[in-house]
Design a binder for this molecule. Structure first.
Ligand code: 9MJ
Length: 680
């Protein structure tokens, strides 16, 4: 039997050892002892605490193993708004920012900045009262976040009790939760081994881990944290600079990134940026740029902030990332309209923030131009959210016998002779719905979110349904029976009945969505919407001539011809009427003439993250009011709706003098217009 004093000492020792091992494991991915030994230490500590409940402390590692799952996250109001950052995309934009700072505070001298790496994770707020961790919340929309306390407790890098005696009554520490690269790679290796879907990038992995209702799951995820600021601070003297603040936080045991530096004036800032860009590939975590912050906290205060971003800080993103990898094979895919696309299969490579395994080579011309061959070493680039591409082949590494890749002359799926039309880059399989690949793709398109939005009809299910001959046209989907679905791979009874219910629900749609779902060539969402608004009824559209179609905004001779050809085919007319007979229906839009629509003809661009409505919903709301939503900003754009972290499109709108709406302005506008319509 241990004496009380010995028990206390042993508990203390175990806590220190376990904390140290947690740090080695999660932060440095360098475990110092085997898992079994670690488990033994943890069990010993748990047993001692169970026998001596008075010795349990809130900061014991036993408190980090997760607790009972929640039903949902509670909301948390941020008393001090949690801001995000504006971006500078080049030196000029940063220099313009620096000038604005100097003008605002009438500073003739150079400004002193703290240069921090920009971590790619999830912003989080940590509340400490009398040094004890009491609550963690996500940023959410900056005003209201989600309470993720139970999950954050499991992150061993975050202290549950601050060190030292001179502590504030209340402090809200803000920073980024992220997943170090080694932990991310380990997590994905495990996912692949267990046939689970790997995460696309460390950011998604961190966000997915933190938004778990079951904190026991979060406890197993290798998350880390760096602080970058504070929100609420009570009964404590504010330090003088951002740098001093970092030192203060570090002294209390809060993790701070060790790559920060002070730079005075733009030249020194550019150098600090360059230094970090060069170090980037060596860092054990993903960074996507640097953040410059005015170092003097009193100056920060006087400069203030606008809507969601401080005026005293700016993020400068790194340019596209490039990495080398190998081409394992080249496949040829057949798309929904028969387009034949060569795709390079790569040895997976983590580049520009995601793991890339396939890269499209677009068409034969592109394949020839780049001369990509199986076995080649290639440079892959991915910038921002742009799809990855092969920049070039590293010819020095090519094996002398690597054969040129020949495009097939026959469709790899149905065997039809591939057609190449003069002047068109794309080769096509002309077999249409006699080609199983095109049937599969048309069904996937029909069911997709922006089309009929059939929840739960994933690609794998569609592939089985078509391969088994259960579905030949979209209309067949609505005749599927529970038993047929249950016979498919990985389809439990519950999922089958959910899918039947989702199909039923999808029958209530809009004419625009239905037209888009039909997959008529060149009829994307915007055109489908224009057609629906113009014709009002399907019957009118089906009978339209090319001349009348060309009167629709956006519709030129090619689109008009595709629409006419589509409805000329008896097969297509039959599918459309079967769908209607099976109950697919939409509200009549013919009663509102185009010019009556509140936003008729107005061109909108949505950019950044829209947190209240979401992109798809916002787009639908605009389209229902007759507006057109496009992807790029030009002189023709009437409004740009800029959500959180809006980037280059917002800049372009500002430079062209296009009206910019915040998300709140936009919601107000939609509300007013919808209200106006209802009262007509
Ligand atoms: C990141 N993501 O690393 C800020 N951030 O400061 C750093 N984010 C930030 N600072 C104010 N280093 C708002 C966001």
């Amino acid at each position: 039997m241990m004496r009380d004093n010995d028990v206390k000492k042993r508990i203390q020792q175990l806590r220190e050892d376990i904390n140290r091992h947690n740090q080695s494991y999660y932060q440095y991915d360098a475990p110092q002892i085997p898992d079994a030994d670690y488990d033994a230490l943890m069990r010993e500590l748990q047993a001692l605490e169970a026998e001596n409940p008075s010795l349990i402390s809130e900061d014991s590692p036993t408190q980090r193993v997760g607790s009972a799952p929640l039903d949902s996250f509670q909301q948390v109001q941020h008393d001090v708004p949690m801001l995000s950052l504006d971006n500078a995309f080049d030196d000029d934009e940063f220099e313009a920012f620096d000038k604005r700072v100097r003008d605002r505070v009438a500073l003739a001298n150079k400004v002193e900045y703290l240069v921090e790496p920009k971590l790619d994770g999830l912003a989080i707020s940590l509340l400490y009262t009398d040094g004890i961790f009491v609550r963690a919340a996500t940023r959410g929309d900056g005003k209201t976040g989600e309470n993720v306390t139970e999950n954050v407790k499991t992150i061993s890098a975050i202290p549950l009790r601050l060190k030292g005696d001179n502590l504030p009554k209340t402090i809200e520490v803000r920073g980024e939760v992220f997943m170090p690269l080694s932990g991310f790679e380990r997590l994905n290796r495990d996912a692949v081994r267990l046939s689970e879907k790997p995460f696309a990038n460390p950011r998604n992995a961190a966000a997915g881990s933190l938004r778990q209702l079951d904190s026991k799951v979060t406890a197993k995820r290798p998350l880390a944290f760096y602080a970058y600021g504070i929100g609420v601070l009570e009964a404590f003297q504010m330090p003088k600079t951002q740098h001093d603040l970092f030192e203060l936080l570090a002294g209390w045991g809060i993790p701070i990134c060790d790559q920060v530096s002070v730079a005075t004036g733009v030249e020194a800032c550019h150098q600090a940026y360059q230094r970090l860009a060069e170090k980037r590939a060596m860092l054990p975590y993903e960074i996507d740029g640097v953040v410059y912050k005015v170092n003097d906290l009193a100056l920060q205060q006087s400069i203030g902030f606008v809507s969601r971003a401080p005026r005293w800080a700016i993020a400068r993103k790194f340019p596209a990332q490039e990495r080398m990898t190998e081409v394992m094979g080249i496949d040829v895919q057949v798309g929904r309209t028969g387009a034949i696309t060569p795709v390079a299969r790569l040895v997976p490579v983590f580049v520009g923030g995601v793991t890339v395994t396939n890269v499209t080579l677009h068409n034969e011309g592109e394949l020839r131009r780049k001369d990509v061959r199986v076995g080649d070493t290639v440079i892959v680039r991915r910038a921002g959210d742009v799809i990855p591409e092969i920049v070039s082949v590293v010819l020095e590494k090519r094996k002398s016998n690597a054969p040129i890749f020949d495009m097939p002359t026959e469709c790899p799926v149905c065997g039809s002779a591939i057609e190449r039309i003069e002047g068109e880059a794309v080769a096509r399989c002309p077999a249409g719905l006699f080609c199983q690949a095109q049937v599969k793709e048309s069904i996937k398109h029909f069911a997709s979110r922006k089309a009929m939005d059939v929840d739960g009809l994933g690609d794998k299910i569609v592939e089985q349904l078509v391969a088994e001959g259960l579905v030949k046209t979209p209309a067949d989907l609505y005749g599927l029976k529970q038993q047929q679905l249950c016979a498919l791979d990985r389809m439990a009874e519950k999922s089958a009945s959910n899918l039947i219910a989702a199909l039923e629900k999808s029958k209530t749609t809009t004419l625009a969505k239905f037209l888009y779902a039909l997959g008529i060539r060149e009829v994307g969402e915007v055109t489908a919407n224009s057609l629906a608004n113009h014709f009002g009824q399907l019957e009118a559209l089906q009978q339209a001539t090319t001349e009348s179609l060309e009167k629709v905004p956006d519709v030129g001779p090619i689109v008009a011809q595709h629409v006419v050809s589509f409805f000329e085919l008896a097969h297509n007319r039959e599918v459309v009427s079967s769908l209607q007979n099976l109950g697919v229906h939409w509200p009549d839009v013919s009663c509102v003439s185009e010019s009556d629509q509140a936003l008729a003809g107005k061109v909108f661009v949505l950019t950044g993250t829209l947190s209240v409505m979401g992109r798809i919903e916002a787009k639908e709301a605009l389209q229902s009011l007759g507006a057109k939503v496009t992807g790029s900003v030009s002189k023709k754009t009437d409004y740009v709706v800029a959500g959180e972290e809006a980037g280059s499109k917002l800049k372009k709108a500002e430079s062209l003098g296009v009206t910019v709406l915040s998300e709140e302005d936009f919601i107000e506008l939609i509300g007013e217009q919808q209200g106006a319509l209802q009262s007509v």
